[in-house]
Design a protein around this ligand. Structure first.
Ligand SMILES: *Cc1c(COP(=O)(O)O)cnc(C)c1O
Length: 228
């Protein structure tokens, strides 16, 4: 059963306990679950959705014009440059931008269709080599500087995936690190709105470390039949 209502209450409770009752947005991560489940969540008031694979978005979701107008879909998984042309018409935001070549390809595609798009920069906050994301502060800052060459890309915030199965201290320090980068960019005058941190297993820690958006799959839709 799809349970947006219960998860939303739990997220709001955690946010309120941190003194930010309206400070955390819930993203429903619907990967591996059918479009019927997405619409069930929508019927429970959910508007923001995340998917991690371009191919799955293309085969699962109807074209944007045929979705509810206020449904917002974000790509949260690694994006290969050869899938950019395919994914841009299908999503509202790309949360996994993690290199300057990727920025250049996205910019070129957006310019060709005269569209501006919100993106998040993904940060590798755990130091795990298999994780995507900018590996350190210097490379993130280079990408921020490169925004001036990408007028069709609007940086809306940062996203990170915490260390999986890590202990609480490691998870918290990864989130704290990402938040410190977020505040650094904020102090540079980039008006960022989104700090996307936290999944089903670690969203409470993420909220305590300042997350403004949590990405929840399993707790809303149930276990996935295959892991991705
Ligand atoms: C799958 C996924 C999630 C959701 O994970 P759950 O543990 O099912 O809540 C969040 N973020 C990303 C990037 C994912 O790929």
């Amino acid at each position: 059963m799809v349970d947006v209502t219960g998860v939303r209450e739990a997220v709001m409770e955690e946010a309120a306990a941190c003194g930010r009752p309206d400070g955390v947005v819930l993203m429903a991560v619907s990967k591996t679950h059918p479009y019927e489940a997405v619409m069930e969540a929508y019927a429970q008031g959910q508007r923001l959705f995340g998917e991690n694979r371009v191919q799955e978005i293309a085969s699962k979701f109807p074209p944007r014009a045929q979705r509810p107008e206020d449904m917002v879909l974000c790509l949260i998984g690694h994006l290969q440059r050869n899938k950019i042309r395919k994914v841009i018409p299908l999503v509202d935001r790309i949360d996994s931008v993690d290199s300057i070549p990727l920025m250049d390809s996205i910019e070129r595609e957006l310019a060709s269709i005269d569209r501006t798009m919100d993106v998040l920069f993904e940060v590798n906050s755990s130091g795990e080599e298999q994780k995507s994301g900018f590996a350190d502060e210097a490379s993130l800052m280079e990408a921020v500087a490169h925004l001036s060459a990408c007028p069709h890309i609007h940086l809306a915030g940062l996203m990170t995936v915490g260390p999986l199965g890590g202990d609480e201290q490691r998870i918290r320090s990864a989130f704290r690190y990402t938040r410190s980068l977020f505040e650094r960019l904020d102090s540079m005058g980039l008006a960022l709105e989104v700090l996307s941190m936290g999944m089903s297993a670690d969203y409470a820690l993420a909220i305590r470390e300042g997350s403004s958006e949590v990405r929840i799959g399993t707790a809303i839709f149930g276990a996935r039949t295959y892991d991705v």
